[in-house]
Ligand binder design. Structure first.
Ligand SMILES: Nc1ncnc2c1ncn2[C@@H]1O[C@H](COP(=O)(O)OP(=O)(O)OP(=O)(O)O)[C@@H](O)[C@H]1O
Ligand SMILES: [Mg+2]
Length: 253
């Protein structure tokens, strides 16, 4: 008997960038960028300040368009996709912004519930259940935090709330922009652990932009190292640490 074929897209990459070039005026921000992220994989994009890391996330969210090349998300070519397809692809992604980007005047409950209030028809009771589930997943006691304002939380707790907001609509892909910048080493480790837990327990695919090599090695299945808008290395953390490529060594040192 022939084996069942996997349905299309099931094992394919969830995000694929092919030969992407992006410029602002005469400034080439990204060039010859190509990589793919497999379902259930955590890919870290590592590199110094201004090398184009956040721009890669903007391309995936379709907040920027490439000058040339292709960006494919969940099987849709972002360039040829219509508005409805882009909206659908975005609904299947969650984003954790640099600096958390919580709404200062909204309670933690309303911050986390925001994507559901905005984009779904769920009842308040259903939203409440989802918000509490998301807060519990990031190890926050909803009874204690849900009526507080962001200003009443520590930096690490704000980051957890930002992650809860990003997962509340149960996305397949999570994008993180510098999730641990500005956090102390112990809090950094708890956020790293959460990113690993998201992969293990919810099987999400993640793209994590960071300049923290240690964090990247702890959480990534693969790392893409960016320098001056180009990928100079892509491989597992062990392969990166063992690389004798002079640019990789220079970055690590
Ligand atoms: N809208 C824009 N217009 C012009 N230049 C831009 C724009 N957005 C980004 N840039 C430039 O593109 C380059 C890459 O920016 P990007 O934000 O992707 O870098 P990054 O790697 O995320 O840096 P950081 O680590 O500081 O966050 C930078 O030189 C930046 O100045
Ligand atoms: Mg950035």
């Amino acid at each position: 008997m022939s084996q069942a074929m996997p349905s299309p897209g099931q094992n394919g990459p969830v995000v694929m960038l092919h030969d992407v070039r992006l410029t602002y005026g005469s400034h080439v921000v990204l060039d010859e960028i190509g990589f793919s992220v497999r379902r259930g994989e955590t890919m870290c994009v590592l590199g110094g300040s201004g090398v184009g890391k956040s721009t890669i996330l903007k391309l995936i969210l379709h907040l920027e368009e490439p000058d040339s090349g292709h960006v494919e998300v969940l099987g849709h070519d972002i360039e040829t996709a219509g508005r409805a397809e882009i909206f659908e692809a975005r609904q299947r992604m969650g984003m954790v912004f640099q600096g958390s980007a919580l709404f200062d005047s909204l309670s933690i409950f309303d911050n986390v519930g925001f994507p559901l209030f905005e984009h779904t028809e769920l009842s308040l009771e259903e939203i409440s259940g989802r918000v509490r589930e998301a807060l519990s997943f990031v190890d926050l006691d909803y009874r204690r935090v849900e009526s507080l304002l962001p200003s009443e939380l520590s930096g690490g707790m704000k980051k957890r709330v930002a992650i809860a907001r990003a997962i509340v609509h149960r996305p397949e892909i999570l994008l993180f922009d510098e999730p641990t910048s500005g956090l102390d080493p112990i809090t950094t480790r708890t956020i790293d652990n959460l990113i690993v837990k998201l992969r293990r327990e919810l099987h999400v695919s993640s793209i994590v932009v960071t300049h923290d090599t240690r964090s990247a090695c702890r959480i990534a299945n693969r790392i893409a190292l960016l320098q001056s808008g180009r990928i100079i290395f892509i491989g597992t953390p062990a392969e990166m640490l063992a690389s004798d490529d002079e640019y990789v060594r220079e970055y690590l040192e």
